[in-house]
Design a protein around this ligand. Structure first.
Ligand code: SF4
Length: 107
């Protein structure tokens, strides 16, 4: 049984709802993020590429087909955007058509 008082639960729910409605502002900030460089040491360590089609599929740890940043579980931001935030590269945007070795399928 939850120990959160009903009034507090309603307040927290309202804050969460406002956060969801604030999505347009968050997307505007995402568009301002610098693009991750393929020469970035972290990007190199993760074998990141701006173009998933250039990655040798046989070298991937995960055998799933059609892997790219847009269908990765770690991508953030809005569907359809060419450049989006990624949990692996905080403060930078990755190409939706890109790929890295951390790729994981969306649930
Ligand atoms: Fe792309 Fe996913 Fe790698 Fe981020 S973790 S760079 S979204 S493949």
């Amino acid at each position: 049984m939850s120990t959160i008082p009903r009034r507090k639960f309603i307040q927290l729910s309202a804050v969460a709802a406002v956060g969801c409605l604030a999505q347009p502002g968050r997307e505007a900030r995402a568009a301002d993020l610098p693009h991750v460089s393929e020469d970035d040491p972290m990007a190199k360590a993760m074998k990141y590429s701006h173009d998933a089609s250039t990655v040798d599929a046989s070298a991937r740890t995960n055998p799933a087909a059609d892997q790219n940043c847009a269908n990765c579980a770690l991508i953030q931001g809005a569907d359809g955007d060419a450049w989006r935030p990624c949990q692996i590269f905080p403060g930078k945007a990755v190409a939706a058509a890109g790929w890295c070795s951390v790729w994981a399928p969306k649930a």
